[in-house]
Design a protein around this ligand. Sequence first.
Ligand code: PLP
Ligand code: COI
Length: 354
Amino acid sequence: MLDIKVTRTTSPKAKPEGPLGFGRIFTDHMFIMDYTKGKGWHDPRIVPYEDLKLSPAAMALHYGQAMFEGLKAYKGDDGKSYLFRPDMNGKRTNTTNKRLCIPELPVEDFVQAVKAVVKEDEDWIPTEPGTSLYVRPFIIATEAYLGVEVSETFMFIIILSPSGAYYEEGLAPVGIWIEDDYVRAVRGGMGFAKTGGNYAASLAAQVKAHDDGYSQVLWLDGVERKYIEEVGAMNIFFKIDGKVVTPMLSGSILPGITRDSVLTLCREWGIPAEERRISVDELIEAQKSGKLEEVFGTGTAAVISPVGKLRYKDEVMTIGGGEIGHLSQKIYDTVTGIQLGRLEDKYGWRVEVK
Ligand code: PLP
Ligand code: COI
């Protein structure tokens, strides 16, 4: 159990009015905890949201020893505040930390810290349909040292951002660019970890995709450039000939919590759901023979995002005629229904913040 010290702001900010967008507005407070080698994690505290004071030599700024997570807090119809599977974010934090030589954090402490800061700023949880309070826990290496080594000091911080849809399109299908030149990650690298470097590596392709009118990039494997991996901010699912298929966890893609939830739901509903290698050629073939029924992405920020168009080299595949597919809609309704407390929570995924 953390003994969290709370210092409240004396000048609370006005709550936002109008469309929230994603990730640009921040609440009144944040959580901070320090780590010092030999002492461990210490001084957990909730303080007013403000700029950090950091050495310009802080190692995270130079060598990228940093990680982040993403989850959401929802206001249920019953007026209670909920999180969705926060223990999974805590476990994934430690998977990432191991890869990046960042000290691990007890999962209970992670969840306690998230709950405490969300509770503090509970009145910032938006209630408009499609909105939530995005929770961004992250850890940065803070030691002032220019040698490439493991930092001896870190900060664990949680900030909160009332947000709407991640994509401007909302639930309307997005266009995705299958990248055949740049790669994001390879097995043995950091693809399975949630760390900024993976996202920095994705920007050049994303700029190319945006310039061509596509929302996001779909990555192929880094070795053969043949097998589908994931999208910039979400995992990817295909419905092919009545079956649901998603790339298996190979070490180079993020093990998404939404992905795991969707696989669980499909299996509960008796829909065959395969985790396996899927090549871009198989996809093109399925589309040509009319078997590619639906494509959608899954992620905390992206929720369930239907994909209406996929581009690969000179091929442009259109899926579903600009409409969200039947299964994608059912999954969206079920996942958000559980998150908001409107549907039964058979698996104990919903966690009340109290
Ligand atoms: N893949 C990437 C690269 C992501 O950034 C995300 C977002 O967190 C996901 C997949 C989806 O993961 P989750 O469902 O846990 O949010
Ligand atoms: C999330 O869905 O929480 C993510 O971390 C994606 C992010 C890159 C916006």
